[in-house]
Design a protein around this ligand. Structure first.
Ligand SMILES: Cc1cc2nc3c(=O)[nH]c(=O)nc-3n(C[C@H](O)[C@H](O)[C@H](O)COP(=O)(O)O)c2cc1C
Length: 227
């Protein structure tokens, strides 16, 4: 796939086929992704690829925590939260509301239909049926925010590179909302900080949610040339 086309066509996938992704393909995606830049070439990333029974356990416990109304406690601070979601204002709130509206519209979920909304949330807590999730961690020795920026680069490379193999991805905070369960099931050592998860698999292109192409701010509004 041509580079710019890959960047433009990448989008979050929220319905996957159950077909497994060969280990070799995941290894190739990850190996290519680690060409990402990182401050002083720290390469702070480490990956736990969760599949099979461990993934089923993770999905089950995630849904259980969600149903119990347990407050998400990801290992990156969320800032102010309300009902587990970061409190957003102004244009940021507008964008997040627009996203939820677009998703619910595609799925035919109306504003007042709390049951359908909660079912959607449960699908999210089960990583939209992806046959694998990649959990990215960093060593706790790496304090400060710069190494987390590096994780963003490698995550984007995963999302871009996956497309070459016909795969789709969704970078997801929902995967890492309950880290204590991940530590138990995936056996992530205490010395590692869990940063973010990526659902990966073959997209179910027939599913309406995958028709979503999110909006972007007009480039003229966010670029400032200075000379
Ligand atoms: C750090 C991060 C966390 C995210 N967490 C979730 C999530 O928990 N659930 C979800 O459905 N999408 C999640 N997303 C996907 C965003 O909603 C998506 O990237 C955004 O709406 C732009 O859409 P696009 O990826 O299709 O271009 C996350 C993305 C990022 C970068």
């Amino acid at each position: 796939m041509e580079l710019l086309e890959g960047v433009r066509s990448r989008k979050s996938i929220r319905a996957f086929k159950s077909e497994p992704v060969p280990e070799k393909v995941i290894m190739d995606v990850l190996e290519t992704a680690t060409r990402a830049p990182s401050g002083v070439n720290l390469q702070p990333w480490e990956f736990f690829v969760v599949r099979g029974a461990a993934l089923e356990d993770l999905k089950r416990t995630n849904v259980e925590e969600y149903r119990l109304g347990k407050k998400p406690s990801p290992e990156i601070p969320l800032g102010d939260t309300k009902g587990g979601a970061p409190v957003l204002e102004g244009v940021f709130r507008e964008r997040s509301v627009a996203l939820a509206k677009q998703i619910f519209m595609l799925l035919g979920i109306s504003k007042g239909d709390k049951k359908a909304q909660s079912e959607y949330m449960e699908r999210m807590m089960q990583f939209y049926g992806a046959p694998a999730v990649i959990i990215i961690v960093i060593d706790r020795i790496l304090a400060g925010l710069w190494p987390i920026l590096d994780i963003g680069f490698v995550a984007q490379n995963i999302a871009l590179g996956a497309q070459h193999y016909g795969l789709g991805t969704c970078v997801m905070r929902a995967i890492v909302d309950y880290p204590e369960q991940i530590r138990k099931i995936v056996k992530v050592p205490e010395s590692k900080r869990i940063i973010v998860g990526i659902a990966i698999g073959y997209p179910d292109w027939d599913h309406p949610v995958n028709r979503l192409t999110t909006d972007r701010e007009s480039i003229g509004n966010i670029v400032h040339f200075v000379q």
